[in-house]
Design a protein around this ligand. Structure first.
Ligand code: MSP
Length: 523
């Protein structure tokens, strides 16, 4: 099995500040990267910014700033997301960096050398918002009867001389590839959408522009700049040192790695049609998988700048807490589907699932151990029920791996919460506090035996808490690290290989304090 894992997010346009869409993909990639690291993989998690093109140039002009200064500034707001969201990205690529520009020029030259580029005149529709060309048949009427792109973006008639990429030459090859690689595009519904589009016929793609200047110049023709999507897609290999194909990074992660591109459903065509065709044309291997996730609404409304409802990551994290947001986004909806962000729902999940169920299980267990046993458990005998439960749980590790393989975050979290619920059920059934109270009213051997019984119960909960907190670590790294510290789980146990290792005998926990506070409406 491949032990090198490469996960990427789209690189974001720097025409605007970060919103929930950017945060969502970044977090998904972070969770996968963290899980794979726990599972012993070498991981590269890449994100970054897409800084060229007409849309960005227009925003810079509007701001009145020098374009480079403008992109530097906005790019930083995306870089800052890593800190805010506790992302573990290994790199942050910018398309204005020299390493990227070199790679794009090289790809252009190879496509040209391989005979896939020619010069002609483009006539058609262009949507600036999508930075995409559309045919007449693709346009739809909006509510005002105006012809727009399928995404709703305004289109303009566009005519100019440009270079073309022979995309049409790849129609059959792509269809064959989708057929022989059924997991290439996920979820299934998105794969079907792409296949339908390709079967509908592929036209050659205009890959240069000449009526503005903010971009990478076409090699040997400085009047043209390279189409922003061809430029942007190359980021996935420029970050791996391409065109230096002998580099360790490129070898291990592009040639021998398991490669996952996470994207939103609106940019499928670029990633599942154009990108594989460019790679085929350049004789480079394709990524393993492209996952197109759904879109978030805000309280039932489409997110838009004009409605001022874009769900700013800074506001969300300040209001609810970073791990709370990380948890909510993946517990609320299946990753492939559209979702609705609602204040009521996040508060209910914070208060019920995180505070009442998970937090409470940990807190009451640890406070009893600290208050009644000075933090130390001298007995750790597991009964048959408990031993079997842990054995069964340990066998489920493959199930968790499977959920991650399929980007099924929701089932993963549901399974974790089944464990937490069992822990609460078990402690309520066995009432260690009652045994301690009874023990305290007795003397000698009778007292000891009650106390040992209580300790065995608490020890079992600690074993469960350790496992579930390691499993939840990729989702809520900060909180679960704190819980693992309170539980005094040796740091070398924080890996999936050590998940099933029993806690030390004669086990002492650390001071405990509540991790998940409830959310109360400000007065
Ligand atoms: N620059 C291109 C990507 C190039 S990748 C080689 C781009 N940038 S973007 O800034 O517009 O990023 C948009 C990303 O945010 C897309 O993945 C898109 O699906 C996602 N989202 C935008 N609005 C969204 C929601 N309301 N909900 C979830 N994701 C959404 O496209």
């Amino acid at each position: 099995m491949k032990k090198n894992y490469y996960v990427t997010t789209p690189i974001y346009y720097v025409n605007d500040k970060p919103h929930i869409g950017h945060m969502y993909t970044n977090l998904a990639a972070d969770i996968l990267a963290r899980f794979k690291r726990l599972d012993g993989y070498q991981v590269i998690f890449l994100t970054g910014t897409d800084e060229h093109g007409q849309k960005v140039e227009k925003s810079a002009k509007k701001s009145g700033e020098d374009t480079k200064k403008f992109v530097d500034k906005v790019s930083l707001t995306f870089r800052d997301l890593s800190k805010l969201l506790n992302l573990s990205n290994d790199d942050f690529i910018r398309t204005t960096e020299e390493r990227h520009i070199k790679a794009v020029e090289e790809v252009w030259l190879i496509l040209q050398e391989n005979g896939y580029i020619y010069f002609d005149t483009y006539k058609g529709w262009y949507a600036l918002k999508d930075e995409a060309f559309y045919t007449k048949d693709e346009l739809v009427k909006n509510s005002q009867g105006q012809l727009v792109a399928p995404s709703g973006a305004e289109v303009q008639w566009h005519e100019e001389e440009s270079y073309f990429f022979k995309l049409s030459a790849f129609q059959e090859k792509l269809l064959e590839y989708y057929k022989t690689h059924p997991n290439f595009i996920a979820p299934k519904s998105r794969a079907n959408e792409v296949i339908r589009f390709v079967k509908g016929g592929l036209k050659d793609l205009s890959i240069s522009r000449s009526n503005f200047s903010w971009g990478i110049k076409v090699p040997n023709n400085e009047h043209h700049i390279i189409y922003v999507w061809l430029d942007a897609l190359v980021n996935y290999i420029s970050a791996l040192d391409y065109p230096l194909v002998e580099s360790k990074k490129f070898q291990e992660f592009w040639l021998e790695g398991d490669i996952l591109h996470l994207i939103g459903k609106d940019i499928l065509r670029f990633h599942c049609v154009y990108w594989p065709a460019f790679l085929m044309a350049a004789n480079l291997p394709l990524p393993t998988k492209i996952f197109g996730h759904g879109w978030w609404l805000n309280e039932g409304q489409k997110i838009s700048k004009s409605l001022n409802n874009t769900l700013d990551p800074y506001d969300l994290v300040t209001k609810y807490g970073v791990d709370q947001v990380r948890y909510f986004l993946f517990k609320e909806v299946n990753f492939g589907n559209d979702a609705d962000f609602s204040h009521e729902s996040i508060v209910s999940r914070i208060n019920n699932e995180l505070a009442n169920e998970y937090g409470n299980l940990i807190q009451r267990t640890l406070s009893i151990i600290n208050n009644s046993f000075n933090g130390e458990l001298k007995s750790e005998k597991l009964g048959e029920v408990e031993t079997n439960y842990l054995l069964e749980l340990d066998k489920k590790l493959e199930e968790f791996r499977g959920y991650i393989e399929n980007q099924n975050f929701l089932s993963y979290l549901d399974k974790c919460f089944e464990i937490i619920r069992y822990g609460n059920f078990y402690i309520n059934k066995n009432t260690p506090w009652a045994l301690i109270k009874e023990g305290n009213s007795l003397e000698g051997q009778a007292k000891n035996s009650k106390m040992l019984e209580a300790q065995n119960i608490l020890y079992f909960i600690c074993e469960i808490a350790k496992r579930v907190s390691i499993l939840l670590n990729p989702f809520m790294p900060q909180s679960t690290d704190n819980i693992l510290k309170q539980l005094n789980v040796p740091i070398e146990h924080k890996s999936l290989a050590k998940l099933t290792e029993p806690l030390p005998k004669k086990y002492k926990i650390n001071q405990n304090y509540p991790i998940f506070a409830k959310y109360y409406e400000p007065k």
